[in-house]
Design a protein around this ligand. Structure first.
Ligand code: NAP
Ligand code: FE
Length: 370
């Protein structure tokens, strides 16, 4: 048996925000969630504020979202949103602002208070008394697919890691995909985010929860990434290729919205939390060893991944990753053993197609990073 639920309306193509301005207007007062620079550099913020102004919709630009947002800052954003009496949210940016907006929408309508029936940490339960605010999303990176997932990944200092919450109520109502908004991305961020999209597709395709529907979507997405391998290496990326990367990212989001991810993601959170390694890069360090694990239990699927990406052998896949990611440095064997104490507790360990113990994760960490 399999189910499929992804309720976001997707609008894709050059100029899609301005051409569908009415779909952006989900209420009477808008709270715009974005990062320090992504809204402006992408050009999306100007397009959005022009539409709001011409429709006389009051708005507040909340551009305080840091990379890897933490729950404390999200509660603060929720308070600002409540105090502005916003009734809808527009998220603009990479996965950090897009995930942040989901958390802010929950905290806005469910004020967290100590010793009450909704505290800061209850966001992870997915049980909310009041519905989060309606939201639309404009991605400015091509990687997370957060515009079509019910997940938000937040930094949790209490447990020194990142953790996701999931709720059908935080799916975006509308996602606007215009690859021109990704044009100002620096090369290394383009590479990291492309690797993240590739990992979503690969982890979704090999996931225990995969189905025919997600498999076809994932293989097509991997083919699109495959068509961008050489430009990701050279760094000479055309608009047509940016379009493919954004589409692949969207498909990756659609796939994991059904399957979830695997240990590549949960092990990567430790690298981000303790070493500040960007999310996609962290996944990229671990994904080769993960694929080797898949090889042992489902050679056909592992081969299909390589074929779709355009590689003849696993070594070519490894070489590609080495070319586009900086060499990992500064890890010690003992800290990697500590990382595994946390990462082995993640829910998505059970979604791996092969059995994974703490010792297996330590082996993957060491072979990938030392
Ligand atoms: P990001 O953290 O959102 O952004 C990385 C950097 O890129 C930031 O410095 C950002 O600037 C900059 N940037 C973004 N768009 C730009 C543009 N068009 N031009 C120039 N600079 C731009 O990176 P991300 O990889 O997209 O998102 C990673 C986050 O998403 C992580 O927290 C990860 O855990 C999460 N994630 C979520 C899901 C999900 O399903 N919800 C899936 C995978 C990952 P600003 O700081 O100024 O914005
Ligand atoms: Fe990811």
């Amino acid at each position: 048996m399999s189910t499929y639920f992804m309720p976001t309306k997707i609008i894709k193509g050059e100029g899609c925000v301005k051409e569908n301005a009415q779909l952006l207007l989900l209420g009477k007062r808008a709270f715009i969630v974005t990062g320090k620079s992504s809204g402006k550099l992408s050009g999306a913020l100007d397009d959005v504020t022009e539409i709001l102004e011409s429709n006389n919709i009051p708005y507040l630009v909340y551009d305080k979202i840091e990379n890897n947002p933490d729950i404390e800052d999200m509660a603060e954003g929720g308070r600002a949103c409540r105090e502005f009496y916003a009734d809808f949210i527009i998220a603009i940016g990479g996965g950090s602002p897009l995930d942040a907006a989901k958390a802010i929408s929950v905290y806005c309508t469910n004020e967290p208070r100590e010793c009450s029936d909704f505290t800061l940490y209850d966001i992870f339960t997915g049980n909310y008394k009041s519905l989060p605010l309606p939201m639309c999303a404009i991605p400015t990176t091509a990687g997370t697919g957060s515009e079509v997932t019910p997940y938000s990944i937040l930094t949790l200092h209490k447990e020194q890691t990142k953790r996701s919450f999931s709720s059908p109520y935080v799916f975006y109502k509308t996602a606007f995909l215009d690859s021109r908004y990704t044009k100002a991305l620096p090369l290394q961020i383009t590479r990291n985010t492309a690797v993240d999209a590739m990992c979503h597709l690969l982890e979704g395709y090999t996931n225990k929860k995969s189905s025919d529907l997600t498999d076809h979507t994932a293989l097509y997405g991997l083919t699109l990434i495959g068509e961008c391998i050489s430009c990701l290496i050279t760094g000479d990326i055309s608009m047509e290729q940016r379009d493919k990367l954004l589409y692949a990212s969207l498909l990756g989001g659609i796939v994991i919205s059904q399957t979830g991810t695997t240990i590549v993601h949960s092990m990567g959170y430790q690298l981000t939390y303790f070493h500040g390694i960007p999310h996609g890069m962290a996944n990229g360090y671990l994904v080769y060893e993960y694929l080797m694990g898949v090889y042992k239990v489902n050679r056909q699927k592992a081969d299909s991944v390589l074929f779709a990406l355009g590689f003849k052998a696993p070594a070519e896949f490894k070489e590609f990753l080495t070319k586009i990611l900086p060499r990992p440095q500064g890890f010690t064997p003992s800290e990697l053993e500590d990382f595994a104490n946390t990462s082995i507790k993640a829910r998505n360990v059970a979604a791996c197609p092969f059995d994974v113990t703490r010792d297996d994760e330590i082996g993957i960490y060491k072979r990938s990073l030392l």
